[in-house]
Design a protein around this ligand. Structure first.
Ligand SMILES: [Zn+2]
Length: 96
């Protein structure tokens, strides 16, 4: 897909959060010591983008689709709020 070049540095890296292998270009360097400038004799750890987003930011993307999934605008507000509360309190599916 990317031709036959296979430099070691371009190889996939493993996300420390979910264990997925992701292309290095798509990964975020993560240094648990918070020092990204001292690179000698050091192996960086990596987070894939979804995990990086989960760890470092509020999950704003996806909120809208979650609201749609919960029936926003289609169910009575009371019902919607109950669903919303359940969805945000636990991510477990409930079956009534
Ligand atoms: Zn990950």
């Amino acid at each position: 897909m990317w031709g036959s070049r296979r430099d070691v540095d371009d190889g996939p890296v493993t996300c420390i959060a979910c264990g997925d292998e992701v292309p290095r270009d798509d990964a975020r360097e993560y240094d648990k010591h918070g020092n990204r400038w001292e690179r000698t004799d050091k192996e960086f750890e990596y987070l894939c983008k979804p995990c990086d987003r989960d760890c470092c930011h509020q999950p704003r993307k996806g909120l809208e689709s979650m609201l749609v999934d919960l029936g926003a605008g289609e169910v009575p507000q009371e019902e919607f709020l109950a669903r919303f509360r359940d969805a945000t309190a636990t991510r477990q599916e409930r079956r009534d």
